[in-house]
Design a protein around this ligand. Structure first.
Ligand SMILES: NC(=O)c1ccc[n+]([C@@H]2O[C@H](COP(=O)([O-])OP(=O)(O)OC[C@H]3O[C@@H](n4cnc5c(N)ncnc54)[C@H](OP(=O)(O)O)[C@@H]3O)[C@@H](O)[C@H]2O)c1
Length: 226
């Protein structure tokens, strides 16, 4: 596997792209405004990066990251993602995304909505619970004592394996939170959402990022209440 594609290349998508290139992957970036608006990021990332349309990126990716405002999830190309693992970074904020009653009443999760939209793909929820600046700051080599872990959730074991291997390559451990229906355990408002990597949460935005290992992440997932 060599190419990581991005539907959405902003704070989180762009950060995962930087980590991917640093780990030796090729990346294909896309956004809503067109490839020409991504030239600065492509230039920063160098010869392993190019920009394309979302459909072209989806077709080119061996592994595809969806990192857009949740309200736009139905725009994600369906057919070119068939048979692929899709990493979903999205979160639901009604003030930004509008009201989704099935999320307001907790009858489903945002990643399950994306999975319904992409029935022939295997969605893995990941990267949604860490601030992009902390994600940028905390990669560590495998085995490092201060390596951080990220929770993942998904319904397909092979896809979760693929996601875990990708996390390992870019500098993170994975903690399996279970199927997508358990993804609420690391959605906004839970203990592991954001604060886990900020140390003193009173200074969240100023925090340079504080490592949080697998044990801490597991404990926070277990402590989550709906
Ligand atoms: N920021 C964080 O630290 C963070 C952390 C964890 C999770 N998240 C979640 O990750 C998602 C992305 O957040 P972000 O902060 O990275 O947002 P962002 O910086 O605003 O970037 C969003 C990206 O999505 C693209 N986009 C928007 N609508 C699209 C569409 N219909 N088709 C294709 N691309 C589209 C945007 O392209 P254009 O600019 O061309 O519209 C942009 O590249 C959100 O759901 C957010 O809640 C964010």
């Amino acid at each position: 596997m060599t190419t990581i594609a991005f539907i959405g290349s902003g704070h989180i998508g762009g950060t995962v792209a930087r980590l991917s290139v640093a780990a030796g992957y090729d990346v294909v970036l896309s956004n809503s405004r067109g490839p020409e608006t991504l030239q600065d990021l492509v230039a920063e990332l160098g010869p392993k990066a190019r920009a394309a349309t979302p459909a072209e990126a989806a077709a080119a990716g061996d592994l595809v990251v969806v990192s857009i405002p949740l309200r736009a999830y139905r725009d994600v190309p369906v057919e070119p993602l068939a048979g692929k693992t899709v990493l979903d970074t999205n979160n639901y904020y009604s003030q930004r995304d509008g009201d989704f009653p099935q999320l307001d009443d907790s009858s489903t999760t945002s990643s399950e909505l994306l999975q319904q939209h992409l029935p022939a793909s295997a969605v893995v929820k990941v990267f949604n619970n860490i601030y992009s600046e902390h994600l940028k700051a905390l990669p560590r080599p495998a085995g490092a004592s201060d390596r951080s872990a990220l929770p993942i959730a998904g319904d397909d074991a092979a896809a979760k394996q693929e996601a875990s291997a990708f996390l390992d390559a870019i500098g993170y451990d994975a903690v399996d939170a279970g199927p997508l229906a358990e993804g609420w355990r690391f959605q906004p408002g839970t203990p592991v959402y954001g604060d886990a990597y900020a140390g003193d949460s009173a200074n969240f935005w100023e925090s340079p990022g504080v490592p949080a290992g697998a044990e801490r992440i597991r404990a926070d997932l277990d402590a989550a209440k709906r």
